[in-house]
Design a protein around this ligand. Structure first.
Ligand code: NI
Length: 199
């Protein structure tokens, strides 16, 4: 049975660490399964391992059979029945990028905070390994390309907030100051509890 894992919040240092490459694939399938379960439970379109406290180079992403505009208009509602493709990407890297797009992003680690001003490459080619270590390649554009870039950023300790152009970022951070401070407080409390439970 796949397990829903707690999602780490903004302020948790694991979200700022550069993740390590996966070398041992023995527990990758199980971790990926739990991450997929967690992504569905939280209503996300992607989830990277650091968001569940694992600083390893792995993320999951879902593609749904409704339009991007509907998905954006209905944040958090991504029913499993509408799933078109599910990706598990281990040790991913972008080997080709072209064009630009500006669009809306949020993050399960920064709940309730969205920016409409996140620039990304329009098309990407990503090389990665599947859960068994087999090399794979995917070309993506538009919304899926955006999701892949967002998740790959997580493996570098980068959040979508960091991608907002500087002149817009300052007012954005100011606008969401209280929410972000509350997340940082919760992240600290979570880590305190975790430490206490682990003795
Ligand atoms: Ni995210």
């Amino acid at each position: 049975m796949a397990e829903v894992l707690p999602v780490r919040l903004y302020g948790d240092p694991v979200l700022r660490r550069k993740a390590r490459p996966v070398q041992d694939f023995s527990s990758v399938a199980e971790l990926a399964e739990n991450m997929v379960e967690t992504m569905f439970e939280y209503g996300g379109v992607g989830l990277a391992a650091p968001q569940v406290g694992m600083a390893t180079r792995l993320f999951v992403a879902a593609e749904y059979s409704f339009e991007e505009e509907e998905a954006e208009a209905d944040e958090g509602a991504h029913p499993r029945s509408m799933l078109k493709n599910l990706y598990v990407m281990v040790n991913p890297r972008i080997t080709y990028r072209e064009g630009t797009q500006v669009g809306t992003e949020g993050c399960l680690s920064i709940p309730g905070v969205y920016s409409d001003d996140v620039p990304r490459d329009l098309q990407v080619r990503v090389e990665y390994q599947d859960v068994t270590g087999e090399p794979r390649e995917l070309e993506a554009e538009g919304y899926l390309a955006r999701v892949i870039q967002h998740e790959l950023d997580h493996l570098e300790g980068v959040l979508f907030l960091d991608r907002i152009p500087p002149e817009l970022r300052r007012p954005f951070m100011e606008e969401h100051r209280a929410e972000l401070a509350e997340m940082q407080r919760k992240a600290k409390a979570f880590l305190r509890d975790l430490k206490a439970r682990q003795g």
